[in-house]
Design a protein around this ligand. Structure first.
Ligand code: UD1
Ligand code: PEP
Length: 441
């Protein structure tokens, strides 16, 4: 996500959308896999890297530290043997997402002092970095921050540690992994996140020569090695993108075929909910077909760390709830403020009530006054708002685009860069599905 923009998508909705499209490589693996290759000095080749804003930002970071790379048709060749800059100054027109802190975890193996820009990414709560800082201190690395940067300093050899995360955080798990694979001795990482993208990252690190042993679904033992090798690795397809197209198919009563060569298994949590709501899917020769099977039905869902229902599916599924028969509920347990899209969806006609109480089990936000649960009315006919709806983040953006597709009239969705940071060729893909959509500059 490089820069800010005033462009908006204009979409004419109100009919069925069908067609065939290709799913991109996973956003939440590709950027981390690129950074992981820097743990070695040897050349690595990554395949199925999507052409998205977050990868653009990763490329900016690589250039800043002196890494040579080539990127063509989804294939990225990375030569990390000439890293020469460990103080990365932020540029104020670049949104770095969650990437700089991961870069710090890699670079601290190569230099005693590393300074990286602070994190941003989609805004849905404070998105604190305290777990990362605690991990650094545990490994004997000091950390300070100023207005723009995090500055880490190492004064002694990094040695293996026992880390138990307070919450199974994706970023903190990746961070601890990157430090421990090259630490001297054994590290035990507990209460880790085990999202499909993390499983793949671990498999990729193992192929680079890392010694990582799974003890249980949320515990690993890492035996540090002296060096890692280059790797040839293919990024899995993006399960959140697939889910987005599934919601469009179900809500518009269309049939959407997604070309994807691998791993629809990773989508199984989503598929369970989708089917219960009346969505249908079928394995086809080269991928998966999504459609609406019958009347859409209401449901109660809580988000959670994998294999529970991923928070990244949540905005799209709340839109699908508005098209179901009856009242649904959602309980967002990962992020304190990830229901703000419901306010904008009201402008399309979606009726919801957002509350501070936990609907279902009690979560980390209980009794804290965060609006993190909601009831959503079904059977709602949507109409395009007569104003530009600005995406607050990546998944709310795609949700508004889908809302535009199923609304009567012409909808305008702004902050397009927040959508293209995670969705490859989004305009072309909507067009392939017969959507009347244009980018207005
Ligand atoms: C680039 C990427 O992969 N982003 C994903 C990643 O984000 P990200 O890795 O930032 O999300 P985390 O899993 O870390 O967040 C989970 C929870 O842990 C908290 N926390 C996390 C770190 C920390 O130091 N302190 C702390 O309190 C967060 O505020 C949140 O409440 O996982 C999220 C949860 O699946 C997804 O929604 C994001 O799409
Ligand atoms: C929240 C997301 O991304 P990030 O963590 O990069 O902001 C997402 O992919 O939905």
């Amino acid at each position: 996500m490089v820069g800010f923009c005033v462009d908006f998508y204009q979409v004419r909705g109100g009919y069925n959308f069908s067609g065939q499209i290709k799913c991109g490589g996973a956003k939440n693996l590709s950027t981390k896999a690129i950074i992981a290759t820097l743990l070695s000095d040897e050349i690595s080749i990554l395949d199925n890297i999507p052409n998205i804003g977050d990868v653009e930002v990763t490329k900016v970071l690589l250039k800043k530290i002196g890494v040579y790379f080539e990127f063509e048709n989804g294939k990225m060749t990375i030569s990390p043997n000439q890293i020469n800059n460990f103080t990365i100054k932020p540029e104020h027109n670049i949104l770095y997402g969650r990437l700089p802190i991961l870069l710090l975890a890699v670079l601290i193996h190569k230099n005693d002092s590393v300074s990286v820009p602070k994190l941003d990414g989609c805004k849905f709560g404070p998105r604190s970095t305290d777990f990362h800082f605690d991990i650094l201190r545990k490994f004997g690395i000091s950390i300070q921050e100023n207005e723009d940067n995090y500055i880490a300093k190492k004064t002694k050899k990094i040695t293996g540690q026992n880390i138990s995360l307070p919450f199974p955080s994706v970023g903190a798990t990746e961070f601890a992994l990157f430090i421990s694979v090259l630490a001297e001795g054994i590290s035990v990482l507990e209460n880790i996140a085990a999202e499909p993208e993390i499983m793949c990252l671990i498999a990729m690190l193992q192929q680079m020569g890392a010694k990582i042993h799974w003890i249980s679904h949320n515990k690993i033992v890492v035996e540090g090695v002296k060096k890692l090798h280059g790797v040839n690795y293919r990024i899995i397809n993006d399960r959140i993108e697939m889910a987005s197209w599934a919601v469009l198919a179900a809500c518009s009563d269309g049939v959407i075929d997604i070309e994807t060569v691998d791993h629809i298994e990773w989508l199984s949590t989503f598929l369970g909910v989708f089917q219960r709501m009346g969505g249908g899917f079928k394995r086809i020769d080269n991928g998966i077909r999504f459609f609406k099977k019958g009347e859409l039905k209401s449901i109660s869902i809580e988000t959670g760390p994998y294999p529970a229902f991923s928070t990244d599916y949540q905005p799209m599924i709340t839109l699908m709830m508005s098209q179901a028969n009856g009242i649904s509920s959602i309980h967002e347990t990962l992020f304190e403020d990830r229901l703000s899209h419901l306010q904008n969806l009201k402008k399309f006609g979606v009726k919801s009530e957002i509350i501070t109480k936990c609907i279902g089990s009690s979560c980390q936000f209980s009794n804290q006054n965060y609006y993190h649960s909601a009831f959503i009315c079904g059977n709602t006919k949507l109409e395009s708002p007569n104003q530009i709806i600005k995406s607050e983040n990546l998944r709310s953006g795609i949700t508004y685009l889908i809302a535009g597709c199923i609304s009567k009239g012409i909808s305008k969705i702004g902050n397009t860069n927040l959508i293209t940071r995670g969705y490859e060729n989004i305009l072309e893909k909507f067009k392939l599905l017969n959507v009347d959509i244009n980018l207005i500059k």
